[in-house]
Design a protein around this ligand. Sequence first.
Ligand SMILES: [Zn+2]
Ligand SMILES: [Zn+2]
Length: 356
Amino acid sequence: MQVLKEHPCPNCNSELNFDADKNALKCLHCGAIFPIEKSSQVVEENNIRVFKDAAAIPIEPVTTVIYKCSKCGQETQAGADIAFFECRSCGNNVLNPEAYKTRTITPTGILPFHLSKQEALDVFKQWIGKGFWNDSSLKELSLADKLEGHYVPFFTFDCQTYNQWEGYAGTYYYETIRTKDASGKEVTQSVQRTRWYWREGSFERFFDDILICGNTRITQDQINKIYPFNLQQVELFNPEYLLGWHARAFDKELSDTFDAARNEINDRVQREAAQHLADDTYKDLSVQTRYTSETFKQVILPVWLCQYLFKGKTYHFIINGQTGTISGNKPLSTSKIVIAVVIAIIVIAVLYGMSQ
Ligand SMILES: [Zn+2]
Ligand SMILES: [Zn+2]
């Protein structure tokens, strides 16, 4: 039996949402503000063993829960992995505290939304540029309806690495050779050569909070563009922060997130080893890495997502809900296209004129 929780306003029994501006719960009806009690407990790292054991178990297919609204009596069906939803009839707020338990690993930390919807829209307007925003067809879109605040599950990985590297370092030197130019005249020429020598060494490097997204709807490439998140501000997980926001358990296989973190660590190790090895250049670099003190945690981070149709094409953008960093694809400005076309016509005309 699923335990679904309503979270009414103590004053007026209406819906309470987490308000990013106030950093507190706010009643949608009477406007009363209720601070969220903060825990002084730190968000702890967990041993990677727990993660590896959990990763051996595939993600189970999503079942559903049925919520019967205490206010209007209507029933709403929702995915069992959805942590917050609304009554489909009257909009009453429902928390599903069991949603994250549909997975083998549950979140320990959360970064509350800092950017309100209005602030996110302002970030978008600034990014897209005034010209576009004044385009009536974009104005009519009412992006506010399409902009969604999502609490997205992430995994952070820490580890100490001990790296032994070896390979050939190369130094450049120059040789003067005699050769003949096109007219057969003898000339001297300086040619760059490389002297190779074997080098080896080792270094230690600690990696803190390698952050991998656990939601398949967002690619790691997209999320990399709105990094960093200030994870110092992560708080102990508290479902009250989810009130009024999209929130869903992770759906990426754990083994994939672990592999992504390892690849990121190995890339950075490789780059550092190359710096150690290289003189003017290097080749045949090989690195052996030992990983120790590996830990992880699951944290829920705030992300604004938007997809919209503009003049027949789909565009999307994504905003860091903590810092306001934005990334996405923008429609091209009509005036810029006109200028580009005019330049192209002039270039073709000139080339044609020259060929005559
Ligand atoms: Zn109220
Ligand atoms: Zn209802």
